[in-house]
Design a protein around this ligand. Structure first.
Ligand code: ADP
Ligand code: MG
Length: 687
């Protein structure tokens, strides 16, 4: 038997069970060994009956006093009752509807009973306890995620079989020096003890080693993918033109903005490439910071690229930046998927010749044939929407350009370490002067008309409003959710008859989208009915009211992003969440929105409600699924692993040394599962 043998060859598995295993992602013997328990039951510390307390899960070693007595309570409900004793006290045992389990119990024989203890001051009882023979039973048992036809007991048996049959194949994957340095158990020990721990301490050691290995593998993969290991030098900005830039702004930059610009400038004047994350809540003014750096680069004859996740956003950045730089001689081009072939050719030529100093665009920027003369600064906006590898591709177009990543999402510490690795962080913790908190209301649909009249009132005063829907189109009127297309018509012909209503959704042609956005920004359109395409970054300060239909359909962080489209000027803005949903989780979410506008608080709450796995959706950030490490809980091991990864790569930048061979394989395997090899990992990691 080998690690890559099909599980069906294991004794007691066969075709049928193998099919069940495939459903949970287990195909080979190695996969089965990697199917770690989700929990454990400690049967190793048995208690005397008198020692147990009511409400706890306990394991009691006791003798069966008499053969279980059967009683039919009603049709389909049979109860077996008996009592067990440890020689001092007696505990009642009740078994419902399980003849097999009841009849197995022999009078006068000792067993282990594991279960929740019930009773009162003087009595103890257990209902449907798990029962095991004393012989070999006093141990910590693994509990696996089971499915209907695949019980945890079955999985346990198969794993035992698997471990025994490949014992000699479990070669060590971590280099000896690293294992020694961090006092990590061997692989064979760890796999044995993660499934069948001999003690709590063994389990702790096994977990620590496996988490370390997984996070180390993850870090190595990420670093290789980024090419972080190679020593680099970035272009140096000789002149600092920040003052000049700030004087071009129609407003005074906030102190936070000035600080972030200064931090980045210090990096860019120092000689090695900048790697910086710019974190700031919606509306904190990240674009200004980006613009300042771009301006500085341009003045030093260095090209910049700004990549946005959507065309609308790219277009908007393009306009903003072009406006800001119009008198400064900075040539700006916009490159998106919707340029014509001729336009593209021209833009590419201008970038290649260096005639254009700033390229704004979508992922169209990372296509192979886009070349720069001297790309020195790469900025990505709303970063986590890009795959990790996409970010890397843009940097490769320059020779070690400075990198600035902008994100509005407050990111949990561990996740930040993984996604951003060793990026330095600047935080915009201050909103521009004069901003007022957006007031948020959550209402049922019976108040929709009032909400819309409130929108009208604002439009009458010269402002603009958004109405956001979860769906684009619902031609057959089948959904109970609002669809932007039909709803825009309904509103235009109904409450907003005398107003100009616009429509914006992701399925429109980019040129149509741009056109609508422009008319909305200019005030030609007063009320914009939209899907979540406006969620990211859209900036029209005159829009001061937003109505979100079917608010229950959106996650907390998403609602926060959508709401961030208003409250971008000096006027107090309003957000109205419409929802008829009654369940508690939804209500908590909507209440949180009404209570706070603080992005960090909202992200925290979001994590609590959804758990870290869902925080971004793993596809979005391009990270592989982890099987044992917790993104929130294993920060310390994460740090060690990160340090180790750096040490390993410092000695062996492409993992070609013999002792690192298995690590390289593991990294490849982890990332190929996430689909990252299509994104260029294979070409970076040789093997
Ligand atoms: P975000 O951080 O959400 O990307 P933006 O960069 O889009 O924020 O800025 C939000 C709005 O605030 C824009 O309209 C921008 O012009 C404006 N703004 C940015 N900085 C300042 C400032 N210091 N004073 C006043 N308004 C500002
Ligand atoms: Mg933005």
């Amino acid at each position: 038997m080998r690690l890559d043998s099909d599980v069906r060859y294991l004794k007691g598995v066969g075709e049928k069970r193998a099919a069940l295993y495939r459903k949970v992602g287990v195909e080979t013997v190695g996969d089965l060994i990697d199917y770690f328990p989700r929990a454990y039951e400690d049967w190793s510390k048995t208690k005397e009956i008198a020692e147990t307390y009511v409400g706890e899960n306990a394991c009691v070693k006791a003798m069966v006093c008499f053969k279980p007595e059967k009683a039919v309570v009603r049709k389909g409900m049979t109860v077996y009752r008996t009592a067990v004793t440890d020689g001092i006290d007696v505990m009642k045992i009740t078994i419902f509807n399980n003849r097999y389990s009841a009849e197995k119990l022999e009078e006068g024989k000792e067993y282990l009973f594991f279960g929740k203890v019930d009773g009162n001051y003087t009595t103890r009882e257990m209902t449907n306890p798990a029962v095991a023979e004393v012989e070999g039973g006093e141990r910590i048992r693994p509990i696996y995620s089971q499915t209907k036809d695949l019980s945890t007991k079955t999985i346990e048996k198969n794993v035992r079989q698997a471990l025994d049959s490949v014992k000699d194949e479990l070669a060590e994957s971590l280099p000896d020096d690293i294992r020694k340095k961090y006092k990590l158990s061997s692989l064979a020990f760890s796999l044995e003890n993660i499934h069948f721990p001999k003690s709590d301490y063994n389990l702790y050691c096994a977990r620590r080693r496996l988490i370390f290995e997984e996070l180390l593998t993850l870090q190595l993969g990420m670093m290789l993918m980024r090419g972080k290991n190679v020593k680099k030098s970035g272009c140096v900005l000789r002149e600092d033109c920040t003052e000049e830039f700030l004087s071009l702004l129609p407003f005074e930059a906030t102190n936070a903005q000035k600080r972030a610009i200064a931090e980045a400038m210090e990096d860019m004047r120092a000689g090695s490439p900048m790697n910086r994350l710019l974190q700031g809540d919606v509306g904190s003014g990240k674009t200004v910071v980006a613009a300042a750096l771009i301006y500085n680069c341009a003045k030093n004859n260095i090209q910049s690229a700004l990549m946005a996740p959507t065309e609308i956003l790219a277009f908007q950045h393009y306009n903003t930046l072009k406006n800001l730089m119009k008198d400064s001689g900075v040539e700006v081009v916009l490159l998106t998927g919707s340029n014509t072939a001729a336009q593209k050719r021209e833009i590419k030529n201008r970038l290649k010749s260096g005639e254009a100093t700033l390229a704004v665009g979508t992922h169209a920027l990372i296509q192979k044939d886009v070349e720069f003369k001297n790309l020195g600064l790469v900025i990505t906006d709303e970063q986590h929407r890009f795959g990790v590898a996409q970010r890397g591709s843009l940097s490769q177009k320059g020779s070690d350009p400075h990198i600035l990543v902008m994100s509005a999402t407050p990111i949990p510490r561990t996740l930040a370490l993984i996604i951003y690795g060793e990026l330095d962080v600047s935080v915009l913790d201050e909103l521009p002067a004069g901003r007022q908190q957006t007031e948020t209301f959550s209402v049922g649909s019976e108040l929709r008309l009032r909400a819309m009249n409130y929108v009208k009132k604002h439009v009458d005063e010269g402002y603009r409003g958004y109405v956001v829907c979860p769906l684009v189109d619902d031609e057959d009127n089948e959904s109970s959710m609002k669809a932007a297309k039909q709803y825009a018509d309904e509103l235009q012909n109904g409450v907003f008859k005398n107003y100009s209503v616009g429509l914006l959704h992701g399925k429109m042609k980019p040129s149509e989208k741009e056109n609508v956005m422009k008319r909305f920004a200019d005030g030609e359109i007063s009320i914009l009915v939209s899907t979540t395409v406006i969620e990211v970054g859209v900036d029209v300060p005159e829009a001061v009211i937003i109505v979100i239909e079917n608010a229950e359909r959106f996650g907390l962080s998403q609602l926060h992003q959508i709401r961030g489209r208003v409250g971008r000027g000096k006027v107090k803005s309003t957000c109205i969440l419409i929802s008829d949903a009654k369940n508690d989780e939804t209500k908590t979410r909507l209440r949180t929105m009404c209570r706070t506008t603080d992005g960090f608080e909202i992200a925290d709450e979001d994590l609590k409600l959804r758990g870290p796995g869902d925080f971004f959706g793993s596809r979005q950030h391009g990270l592989p699924e982890l099987k044992i490490a917790g993104l929130m809980s294993d920060t310390n091991i994460m740090r060690e692993a990160q340090k180790t990864a750096k040490e390993i790569l410092a000695e062996d930048p492409t993992l070609e040394m013999k002792k690192n061979e298995r690590l390289r394989k593991l990294a490849l395997k982890l990332f190929s599962k996430a689909g990252a090899q299509e994104l260029g990992l294979k070409s970076t990691i040789k093997g």
